[in-house]
Design a protein around this ligand. Structure first.
Ligand code: PA5
Ligand code: NI
Length: 194
């Protein structure tokens, strides 16, 4: 990790940074319990533990004042009727925001707050999305054949709380029930008991 001003290049054909510190690959097996159709999930996993999305991180110290950033790439595909998506998370420090700039593809950012508000914003090349503090976020690729590629940036001290979403899910799902993407209520959503 350098402590000097720095820059990197994004090859527009792959969107893989020419310099990065960490490459995360999330597979189908990392998404246990997240997809609505659990039978379809099990059948797909038995066939192949596919990579669903990848993140290239430019590391910075995880402290207030720093900005963590990188590239996320969600591949196209579905588990049953549900499009490939990220796990999604709240930030551990809830009062931290995030910015996404979509470089390629199309999809949705599914968001919600602990207070019960929810929002779904369209993601497509050229659009900038601001995720305010307190909003959990999950990106969903609704293209049939194209990667959803985004640049992201968030405060160094934010941290990732995956546990809440793993337990309760998101309120809204993005499904294709034959007519393209539809935003529907998650029948399995349940608020965390407090
Ligand atoms: O911090 C973010 O919100 C992104 O960089 C995500 O980590 C990335 O999109 C992958 O999603 P997740 O962390 O929910 O697996
Ligand atoms: Ni985040």
């Amino acid at each position: 990790m350098k402590d000097l001003p720095s820059s990197f290049n994004l090859d527009p054909s792959s969107f893989i940074p020419d310099e990065y510190d960490n490459h995360i690959q999330r597979k189908l097996s990392n998404m246990k319990g997240q997809y609505l159709d659990q039978q379809a999930y099990a059948a797909k996993l038995a066939d192949k533990d596919e990579i669903l999305y990848q993140v290239y991180e430019i590391k910075r110290p995880e402290i207030e004042g720093e900005i963590l950033h990188g590239i996320s790439i969600v591949h196209p595909g579905k588990v049953g009727d549900e499009y490939y998506m990220t796990k999604g998370h709240f930030h551990t420090v809830l009062e931290t925001a995030e910015i996404y700039y979509t470089l390629q593809g199309k999809g949705y950012m599914v968001m919600e707050t602990p207070e019960g508000n929810f929002a779904v914003e369209e993601l497509r090349a050229g659009r900038v999305l601001y995720v305010p503090p307190r909003w959990a976020h999950r990106s969903v690729n609704v293209s049939e054949d194209e990667d959803l590629v985004m640049f992201f940036a968030y405060p160094g001290n934010a941290g990732h709380d995956y546990g809440t979403i793993e337990t309760q899910g998101f309120r809204k799902l993005v499904l294709d029930r034959g007519n393209g993407p539809e935003i529907v209520d998650n029948p399995r959503w349940s608020p965390v008991e407090s």
